[in-house]
Design a protein around this ligand. Structure first.
Ligand SMILES: Nc1ncnc2c1ncn2[C@@H]1O[C@H](COP(=O)(O)OP(=O)(O)OP(=O)(O)O)[C@@H](O)[C@H]1O
Ligand SMILES: [Mg+2]
Length: 630
């Protein structure tokens, strides 16, 4: 019950969009329940008609006498109502009677037709209702699930980088696929049953009461006992389900990592070792999964056994109280019909339990707030005019300080180089500029406006990033370049590729600009990938260019090609450039040297070389000496 509330609370906003079909599904579900009642009535009626007509007559007379006695004591309004009711049922009876066979009556074609068609017609109606409710529920259910999926995807994308660094990709995929999948299964398999079965139960229950209320009470004496095993099993399933989920996510994470790092996996022959880990993760999942299956498989027999006590009690009572066979036969038939939905409900319970758990996880996700947030009234940034100013920036990822009191400015059109040993905080500084993170103190300004006040999309629109790890998408060359600017035309893309010195090799590809690049652009060399990324930056045509070791992973031949493209891209732009290869920084107007998150030296390339400090030492290690520079 709790799970259903959770699912309903979560699903309501989505459900509302498709309510027409959804309500249709519910109505057909009720109709399905009603056909259960009709079948039961049909069986009872036919059993009645098999009876000896003299007996029927006696019974009817006795009943009429009883009703007449009752009627004489009732108010005129009730009498009128009763008379109406009787008239209607008599009319119905007269309409149906010639079409139904009756024992001790000569049979004719009408009775044969009616006798043959009664149950098929009922079955058809039941089947139609079943079909409609299943179809309508699946129709709305699948759309709901897709909407949820999209929202999960959007939500994950909206979260800041710190969230992604804390969470594995497998976990994120599991949120998108498995959790919404649990909801899908629950809606597809569970929901229509959840409507069909309880309405069947309700209708049959009323029918049973009408048939014989005493027998009904006796039959259901043991029913409430079913609650206990159901509760225990649900709790078990929940506990195991959580473990099962985390084990399975672990397994997927392992596979993803292994495939993504396939070169390392192969080079170090890690395949076997990882296969063992993979197997272990799977085994842990299986252990918990089997526990769930066991718990689930136990539930049905327990419920069935408890229900059978009811049948035994009914038989005992019937023998003791001399209940006539036709009442007992009809009643037992109805009772068996009545018990079936309970079994069904207990078996769909699992879907609700797992969906409930999944929805709790998703609600947790939706509650997360991005640590980098858009200002309440963000200012539109139309153009970049004066310059960039970092004022007393300090920053930490959570543990120790990564940047401490960093201040500098870059006037428009100037080029700033950032140097420093590995881990000194250069990339972190760029992360702050893009607002992937916000500084712990201090602020960054563009044209005098703090970047927190600007619309994030505007800010990033004015920045183009080329970094060491070029990330390409699994689409064509043209689309990969076009990602630089929404709605880039083919012409713009080709021009950009030419400017990035990428046009020639792109044309040599099998399908030119329409060649698919494979996952993460595996079909290209490092230098080629880099030039695609530069072409992307050209398309963006942003006034501020940010380079983070753009040539670090290339050999000297490729580096020369890429550097040429970068130099061309940097013309007429404001540039912030991080480089390990200090010779790259020669053309910078100013260079900052970072050490352990602090600016320790600054000046032009030649000034720094003559200062005999950290920069001079780093340069010497790369065989760059003052006299060479001079
Ligand atoms: N996501 C992160 N979470 C926690 N700490 C981080 C994270 N990214 C970087 N760091 C830490 O912050 C410090 C600065 O890292 P940063 O990447 O800025 O260095 P860098 O100067 O760019 O180094 P490199 O030249 O090797 O690229 C390092 O000590 C690193 O361990
Ligand atoms: Mg770095």
């Amino acid at each position: 019950m709790g799970d259903m509330l959770v699912i309903f609370r979560f699903g309501w906003p989505y459900l509302r969009r498709y309510w027409v079909r959804f309500v249709g599904g519910i109505l057909f579900g009720f109709l399905f329940g009603l056909t259960g009642g009709l079948t039961m009535a049909g069986v009872y009626m036919m059993l009645n008609r098999l009876d000896d007509p003299v007996h029927v007559q006696q019974l009817t007379q006795a009943k009429q006498a009883e009703e007449a006695k009752k009627a004489s004591q009732e108010s005129p309004l009730v009498k009128e109502f009763e008379a109406d009711k009787k008239a209607i049922s008599q009319e119905l009876y007269q309409l149906a009677d010639p079409w139904l066979p009756q024992s001790h009556r000569p049979i004719d074609w009408k009775q044969i037709t009616g006798g043959l068609l009664l149950f098929p017609l009922l079955a058809m109606l039941r089947g139609f209702a079943n079909y409609m409710t299943t179809y309508l529920m699946a129709w709305s259910g699948q759309r709901i699930v897709n909407d949820v999926k999209e929202d999960v995807f959007r939500k994950i994308n909206s979260l800041s980088l710190d969230f992604f660094h804390k969470t594995t990709t497998a976990e994120l995929i599991s949120r998108i696929n498995d959790d919404t999948g649990a909801l899908s299964t629950c809606l597809r398999l569970g929901l229509s049953d959840l409507i069909k079965e309880p309405s069947t139960i309700l209708i049959l229950f009323i029918g049973l009461l009408c048939l014989d209320w005493k027998l009904t009470v006796i039959a259901l004496l043991f029913g409430p006992l079913c609650v206990i095993p159901t509760r225990i099993v649900t709790r078990k399933i929940k506990a195991q389900g959580r473990e099962d989920n985390s084990a399975m996510v672990g397994q997927v994470a392992l596979a993803m990592e292994s495939f993504q790092n396939v070169r390392v996996t192969k080079a170090y022959e890690l395949g076997e070792e990882q296969a063992v880990l993979f197997r272990k993760a799977g085994q842990r999942g299986i252990y918990h999964m089997i526990k769930t299956v066991q718990a689930r498989a136990l539930l049905n027999p327990i419920i069935e056994t408890l229900n059978s006590f009811g049948i035994g009690a009914v038989l005992l009572y019937a023998i003791w109280a001399n209940v006539p066979f036709k009442t007992l036969g009809g009643f037992l038939f109805a009772l068996i019909l009545f018990f079936a939905p309970f079994k069904k409900l207990s078996s769909i319970q699992i879907y609700f339990t797992s969906a409930g758990m999944a929805m709790e996880r998703l609600m947790g996700l939706f509650k997360l707030q991005s640590s980098v947030r858009e200002a309440e009234h963000p200012v539109a940034m139309k153009e970049f005019r004066q310059g960039i100013e970092f004022r007393d920036i300090s920053f930490s990822y959570g543990e120790g300080p990564v940047l401490q009191n960093v201040s500098f400015s870059v006037p428009r059109g100037q080029r700033l180089g950032l140097a420093g040993e590995s881990g000194s905080g250069k990339s972190s500084l760029l992360n702050l500029f893009f607002r992937f993170y916000d500084p712990t103190s201090g602020r960054i300004e563009i044209d005098g406006a703090p970047i927190e006040s600007l619309r994030i999309a505007d800010l990033r629109y004015h920045l183009a990033l080329v970094s060491q790890d070029v990330l390409l998408f699994n689409t064509t060359v043209a689309e990969n370049i076009g990602y630089g600017k929404i709605g880039a035309t083919r012409e713009e893309i080709v021009t950009a590729a030419k400017e990035a010195y990428a046009h020639d090799f792109i044309q040599a590809l099998p399908q030119g600009y329409d060649t698919p690049l494979g996952e993460r652009g595996v079909r290209l060399s490092g230098g080629q990938r880099q030039r695609i990324a530069i072409a992307r930056a050209f398309v963006r045509n942003a006034p501020i260019l940010v380079l983070d070791e753009a040539t670090a992973s290339l050999d000297s031949q490729a580096e020369a090609e890429v550097q040429k493209a970068i130099d061309h891209l940097a013309e007429h732009r404001t540039v912030i450039c991080v480089a390990h290869r200090l010779s790259t920084l020669r053309s910078m107007d100013k260079i900052l040297v970072l050490q352990k998150g602090r600016v320790v030296e600054q000046g032009s390339f030649d000034e720094l070389l003559s200062q005999n400090g950290l920069f001079t030492a780093m340069a010497a290690r790369q065989s760059i000496f003052p006299q060479v520079a001079a």
